[in-house]
Design a protein around this ligand. Structure first.
Ligand SMILES: [Zn+2]
Length: 561
């Protein structure tokens, strides 16, 4: 054999190998993530969206703004909202047990027919973030007006998330009116401090349930919705269902040195040392992991353009390229790693004095797979400077009010997920559905002690632009969405509360101690729910408006199909 023939055979071998690899990559791409199976169409109850929007508008008028400092909460707004519910939804308040928790949160219990089945729960929150009410605040309609105009109801909370509260209670009111009785017990929980962490609301409700031995089969909270153009390259609307949420850690970075006169500065100053630490953190992001995005894409893959599908189908080859590409989108980047965000910095008081102290706060959102301890260690490693003291923002331990681990991941094989997924695609025809990781925080994490099956989805269809209204200006919800949301919750409660999965029986240990129950009942006795004159007036105005609408052909929620 001559050298020439050896080279030729090697060349042929190489070409065959490359062809084989290309074939393999294409084959994997072709087999990757088959299109989502068609779902059988389903008849949803027809609801009059306008009257739902009006009742939501009334709820918006209560300035239920939460605050970390309980003394700054306007308690009357919350109590007024409770009274509004009692007036608007008499059947719910007649049939369900209502308890107030820590004065302003609400827990409703709708006893099921079969106590052997684990209960289900739907939650949302009563509080909202503040809104600029001044002339130049940027709102088209005042943020606490609940105005109905241009086919929408406007105001703070119409999307985050008084719509969820109203949608859920409307559905229960409807079901009771139509003699529906759930097999499973259905709990409704509405916290009053979600926007400031949920410590006194959701956490207290969850603790109360836990003390009664309640073990939930599943929980439905806010989180995902149906989003138009969820991914830049996917035009189909996607219903994203949160199955977990990221953890949280705020760390304080402090540098203490000798201060002095700025005319003779040392080689390194407090500000310089602190800046380098922050820059080291930003410049060396936490490691990227593709699992979460890969899992999401395994549902949406068929809708991706060919090249993207090829990359995801072949992460064994392209993970490096993918990580670089995904990092360019802040949403996908945050789904791929624990994020690093310097949020506060403080040092110095005068231009000619060197400060002896410089401090910063950096906020991390922890990806499932990382945890408080591992993130803390990665931070120390990246800063690598003993002069920078790294401590939790609040308290002495990493876990507490300034830090918590990622929440448990709900089981996507469970009927609670698969039924919800199907309902989403039935209620929003033409949409896809997929599980995803909630990047912000919700009350659902507070329920981890009573369920591992927390799902996060609010049944409305919105654009990316609509989502800007949450915590921003011109928050609004279309009348169409108002109707859809209620009919969705009706179908959800009907279907999920009737699930009789034998594997899902209440476990033996979950037996309740009567004593604890009565004690806690006494602690959280129901408040007096009479309307104030002002509320009566607002309520009357809205009611008369509705009567006018009804005479002009609009109806109260009716049962259509
Ligand atoms: Zn919210």
């Amino acid at each position: 054999m001559t050298i020439e023939t050896i080279l030729i055979s090697l060349g042929i071998g190489l070409v065959v190998l490359i062809l084989f690899l290309i074939g393999f990559v294409i084959l994997r791409t072709a087999l990757y993530s088959p299109p989502q199976k068609k779902v059988a169409p389903r008849d949803f109850v027809a609801i009059d969206g306008r009257s739902v929007a009006e009742r939501l508008g009334l709820a918006v008028q209560y300035r239920t703004i939460s605050d970390l400092d309980p003394s700054k909460i306007d308690g009357n707004s919350f109590l007024g909202l409770h009274r509004l519910f009692k007036t608007l939804y008499p059947q719910v308040h007649d049939k369900l047990k209502v308890e107030t928790v820590n004065d302003y949160s609400l827990l409703y219990t709708w006893e099921g027919k079969n106590p052997d089945l684990k209960p289900i729960m739907l939650i949302s929150h009563l509080d909202v973030v503040p809104a600029d009410e001044s002339e130049d605040g940027g709102w088209t309609y005042p943020p606490f007006s609940g105005e109905i105009a241009d086919g929408c109801v406007w105001g703070r909370g119409t999307l985050d998330i008084k719509n969820g509260v109203i949608g859920i209670i409307e559905a229960v009111e409807y079901l009771i009116k139509h003699d529906f009785e759930p097999e499973r017990t259905v709990y409704l929980g509405f916290g009053h401090d979600e926007e400031v962490g949920g410590k006194n609301g959701a956490a207290a409700i969850a603790a109360l349930l836990e003390s009664r031995g309640v073990e939930l089969a599943s929980l439905l909270d806010e989180g995902g919705t149906v989003i138009d153009a969820f991914l830049p390259s996917v035009e189909t609307p996607v219903g994203v269902i949160g199955i977990s949420e990221k953890g949280y850690l705020s760390l304080r970075l402090s540098v203490l040195v000798d201060g002095g006169h700025s005319s003779m500065p040392p080689q390194e100053t407090a500000i310089g040392i602190l800046s380098r630490a922050i820059s080291n953190l930003e410049g060396n992001p936490m490691p990227a992991h593709l699992e979460v995005v890969e899992f999401l894409m395994s549902y949406l893959g068929s809708a991706l353009p060919f090249t993207q599908r090829m990359l995801f189908a072949n992460t064994w080859l392209f993970s490096g390229i993918l990580k670089k590409q995904l990092a360019k989108s802040s949403m996908l980047n945050a789904s791929m790693r624990t994020t690093t965000a310097p949020t506060i910095i403080n040092a110095g008081v005068k231009d000619n004095i060197l400060p002896g102290k410089a401090e910063a706060v950096v906020n991390f959102r922890i990806l499932p797979g990382d945890d408080l301890r591992s993130v803390y260690e990665m931070v120390l490693e990246r800063i690598n400077d003993e002069r920078v003291v790294v401590s939790p923002l609040e308290g002495e331990t990493l876990e507490g009010e300034s830090g918590w681990n990622p929440s448990p991941v709900a089981d996507t094989e469970s009927p609670y997920f698969t039924r919800l997924e199907r309902l989403v695609r039935q209620a929003f025809p033409g949409s896809l559905a997929c599980p995803y990781l909630v990047l912000g925080g919700t009350d659902a994490r507070r329920y981890a002690p009573v369920t591992g099956n927390a799902l996060r989805f609010n049944p409305v269809q919105v654009s990316r632009e609509d989502l800007q209204g949450m915590h921003g200006v011109d928050e609004c919800l279309s009348i169409e969405n108002c109707a859809k949301m209620v009919s969705f919750y009706i179908a959800y409660i009907e279907e999920i509360s009737s699930l009789t999965d034998e594997e899902d029986l209440v476990s033996e240990e979950a037996d309740v101690s009567e004593d604890i129950e009565t004690e806690l009942d006494a602690l959280h006795a129901e408040e007096d729910l009479a309307l104030t004159d002002e509320e009566k007036a607002a309520f009357q105005a809205a009611l008369s408006k509705r009567e006018v609408d009804q005479t002009s052909g609009e109806e109260e929620p009716s049962d259509g199909e």
